[in-house]
Design a protein around this ligand. Structure first.
Ligand code: GTP
Ligand code: MG
Length: 330
């Protein structure tokens, strides 16, 4: 594929026609940090907005090694081969953001799914801060939808803020738990459980089958103590094995049941609307921070104020007020 940019019309036509090479280039454009690319990307996203929104967006999170990628591949193959769906797989990966590398691992792990013509796999962008990566992932979801994918799966590691952001990108948030990992019912994972729409105990196979069933029962009890995210939807706890395939079809039926439950009332639309507003404010925050950090008056006072804060001569609040005053000129 030649380098260089297409026109907005050419990107939009290629994306709409389902041309994967154009879709991939459009995503690269959306992820670009260059100001001229960003302006073009904004136009493209606006152009395709009306074609987007039609997929079922599912977030998949869980601790490192919980089996997210393996489950996504197995579930993706089920969706593509048995149910005739078109599946896009995206990732928001804070560790790759930190290291500046890309998650090659996931691409190689999902080799079988990657070969399916009805699947599209895009690893996490390797540049930028987490908020930016998540914002771009949101736009990538829209591009995939405009390209005809009707299921979008987003993988993220549940170790920090990334799962909070991914929860704001998806309709259904799937949390994976390992049996016997020592974190059951200890409250460590409370924050993540509050985000869950469905809980799956993974690797329920072989020697681990009984432990997984026990964990399922324990989590089912624990979930009763968590404030429900949507009234009328109590979080199901299921077991899955990506090795034997047990529970995967049932898991997908549960995802579809969640969709129907939300769509039978105002919850589905209300959630998407609240997400739009959430991303409006993330975009404003990011742009304000960019302008603030580049502002000459701020740059001029920053070293002196940071030094004063570091040495304890000035409180952080006081210094912040001075820098903000320098920024706004008041
Ligand atoms: N027995 C068994 N092993 C599994 C299953 N799913 C995944 N594994 C193994 O668990 C390990 C981690 O799986 P991954 O799918 O890479 O886990 P992940 O959550 O994506 O990990 P990170 O992306 O590194 O956070 C791999 O060695 C898998 O082969 C399963 O259902 N059963
Ligand atoms: Mg993974």
């Amino acid at each position: 594929m030649a380098r260089g940019r297409l026109s907005v019309e050419a990107y939009a036509a290629g994306v709409r026609a389902g041309e994967r090479a154009v879709l991939a280039r459009a995503i690269t454009l959306v992820e670009s940090q260059r100001a001229d690319d960003q302006a073009l990307a904004r136009e493209l996203v606006a152009e395709l907005q009306a074609d987007a929104g039609g997929s079922l967006r599912v977030g998949v999170t869980g601790s490192p090694g919980a089996g997210k990628s393996t489950l996504i591949e197995a579930l993706g193959l089920h969706l593509v081969r048995d149910l005739g769906r078109r599946v896009a797989v995206l990732a928001v990966d804070p560790s790759s953001v930190r290291s500046g590398g890309s998650i090659l691992g996931d691409k190689t792990r999902m080799q079988e799914l990657a070969r399916e013509p009805r699947a599209f796999i895009r690893p996490s962008p390797s540049l930028g801060e987490l908020g930016g990566v998540a914002r771009h992932t949101r736009e990538t979801v829209l591009l995939c939808e405009a390209s005809g994918f009707d299921v979008v799966l987003v993988e993220t590691v549940g170790v920090g803020q990334s799962e909070v952001m991914v929860a704001q990108l998806v309709d259904c948030f799937l949390v994976l738990m390992l049996a016997g990992a020592g974190d059951e019912l200890q409250g460590i994972k409370r924050g993540i459980l509050e985000l869950a729409d469905i809980l799956a105990i993974t690797k329920a196979d072989g020697d681990n089958t009984a432990a997984a069933e026990r964990a399922r029962a324990e989590y089912a009890l624990a979930m009763r103590l968590i404030r429900p995210k949507h009234p009328g939807w109590s979080v199901p706890v299921v077991t899955t094995s990506s090795v034997t395939g047990a529970g995967l079809a049932a898991l997908w039926q549960t995802v579809e049941r969640h969709r129907l439950a939300l769509q039978s009332g105002p919850a589905w639309q209300a959630q998407r609307e609240a997400q739009h507003v959430y991303w409006l404010w993330r975009a404003i925050e990011a742009e304000l921070m960019r302008r603030f950090a580049a502002d000459p008056a701020v740059l001029a006072r920053r070293p002196e104020l940071e030094a004063a804060v570091r040495s304890g001569r000035l409180s952080p609040d006081h210094a912040a007020a001075e820098l903000l005053a320098a920024f706004t000129g008041r």
